[in-house]
Design a protein around this ligand. Structure first.
Ligand code: ASP
Ligand code: MG
Length: 467
């Protein structure tokens, strides 16, 4: 059994949907379970309709619902969905649209909306897409059925970013996807990503990009052979392709490398996605729907030929970083200085991206959307505080980095003309991160990519150490 997850851009037109259906059929004898996002930009469009309704612009909200309806209708027409699927599609999408209008009318009257209602509204994106795919696949003569994810994905009631309740969900997943032993009469299940329901039965969602999470939770509960994440890129790359146009696909990487990269901007994978799979060592394969022939990226716990892997696997960065610098001349004596600092961060729920300390100072890097004023206010009671803005974190990732002598020297020699701060090598030694000026992102990434990927063979021969 395998799980196949397709992202929104993989199903954004009738042609794209045909293409995905072909990929699904081609894997039919491996018993695929299909998980879909909403088609194209539908989730964004639903959110835009909510915003319009909340601003009291009911007509705009309605127009946006109508265009979502028309978008799916015209894809269905182009796909030439046949009876009885055509009728089913029309009836259901008619109901969806009527309910959306009702909900948005309420929002525009109240000029207010709860997170619970947001979830109800955005859930229609995945409900449209899975219905359409199910109807298309059946029209093609292949047995497929719709699975309503809210029936098996139980979540907390933290609407718009609900957390899956694995203990409750697992048995439901196992009974929902009760797969036959032979493939004689296998009906392909098509389930919505992203959507769940609370214990009270209200629709919830797992947060933006949450369909990957759905796929990996299903895969883990059923101990799938593999989880395939299909999107519109060839795989995880050696660097951001908008900076490095010749960035290469990383064919194999470990879970640890992939999760470091996910946090540092590789936009292919949702960071939490891989957690359920990590625990069970289920391989995750990233593929491109537009280029199904390419190898993609394979992510797993370990690779037997580990030593042959590259030194630096990928160079990632995160922009929009601000740095808080604290100095306490008495820190050396004050054993509780760090505790006080972290307590302040905790109280304000600030997630630090990078922390570096010395005897007398601490620097903390975090996203620019955090308001630093309350932190500064509290911390300045026991320390001197200064702020730096427009910073970025650069992160080099690779399991083999720890086996190479002199790597930091080599990296910073390359970057001798740039301002570098807060150099930090994680305890896992899978990553080496540091802070630069945001304006230097392009030249820094380029310099490092040239150094480690253009010359990598030469470099690995020169510096490989045994053990
Ligand atoms: N459709 C949802 C979103 O756009 C979930 C997903 O795509 O994974 O965020
Ligand atoms: Mg989406």
């Amino acid at each position: 059994m395998i799980v196949l997850k397709f992202g929104g851009s993989s199903i954004n037109s009738s042609q794209a949907i045909r293409n995905v259906a072909d990929i699904i059929y081609s894997k039919r004898n491996r018993h695929p379970i299909v998980v879909l996002s909403a088609c194209g930009d539908t989730t964004d469009n639903l959110l835009a309709s909510i915003k319009a309704a909340r601003d009291g612009e009911f007509e705009t909200a309605l127009a946006s619902v109508d265009s979502i309806y028309t978008y799916h209708q015209s894809m269905a027409a182009e796909l030439e969905i046949g009876s009885p699927w055509k009728e089913k599609f029309e009836e259901e999408t008619g109901r969806f649209t009527a309910e959306l209008r009702e909900l948005l009318r309420g929002v525009s009257l109240l000029r207010d909306i709860s997170r619970k209602s947001i979830d109800r509204i955005v859930s229609f994106g995945e409900r449209f897409s899975t219905l359409l795919m199910m109807c298309h696949v059946n029209t093609q003569g292949i047995d497929a059925h719709l699975v309503e994810s809210r029936e098996f994905m139980k979540t907390t009631d933290e609407h718009t970013r609900a957390k899956p309740l694995l203990e409750e969900s697992e048995p439901l997943i196992q009974s929902t996807f009760n797969l036959p032993e032979d493939d004689g009469n296998y009906s392909i299940p098509i389930a919505q990503g992203f959507i769940g329901s609370t214990l009270e039965g209200d629709i919830s969602t797992l947060g933006r990009g949450g369909s990957d999470y759905t796929a990996s939770i299903i895969g883990a509960a059923l101990e799938a052979e593999t989880i395939e994440i299909w999107s519109d890129v060839d795989g995880i790359l050696t660097a951001d392709p908008t900076i490095i146009d010749h960035a290469r696909v990383i064919k194999e990487m470990t879970f640890r490398e992939a999760s470091e990269l996910a946090y540092f901007g590789a936009r292919v994978l949702h960071p939490d996605t891989i957690l359920p799979a990590v625990e069970l060592d289920i391989p995750i394969q990233i593929y491109n729907t537009r280029n199904p022939e390419s190898d993609g990226s394979l992510i797993r716990r370990d690779f037997p030929d580990h030593q042959e892997q590259k030194v630096v696997k990928s160079i990632a960065y995160k922009e929009g970083i601000q740095v808080l610098n604290l100095t306490s001349t008495r820190m050396f004596q004050a054993h509780d200085f760090l505790r006080k600092v972290f307590e302040v961060l905790d109280r304000h729920q600030v997630v630090a991206d990078l922390v570096s300390t010395s005897e007398v100072s601490v620097s903390i890097a975090f996203a620019k959307d955090v308001d630093p004023q309350p932190l500064i206010h509290e911390i300045s009671k026991f320390s001197t505080v200064s702020m730096e803005n427009r910073k970025a974190i650069v992160c080099l990732v690779g399991e083999n980095m720890r086996a190479y002598k002199g790597l930091p020297g080599r990296i910073f020699k390359e970057l001798e003309n740039f301002h570098i701060n807060m150099i930090s090598q994680g305890a896992s030694e899978v990553n080496l991160s540091f802070v630069i000026d945001e304006a230097d992102i392009e030249p820094v990434v380029r310099t490092l990519h040239d150094a480690f990927f253009a010359e990598e063979e030469k470099y690995s021969q020169r510096t490989m150490v045994s053990g």
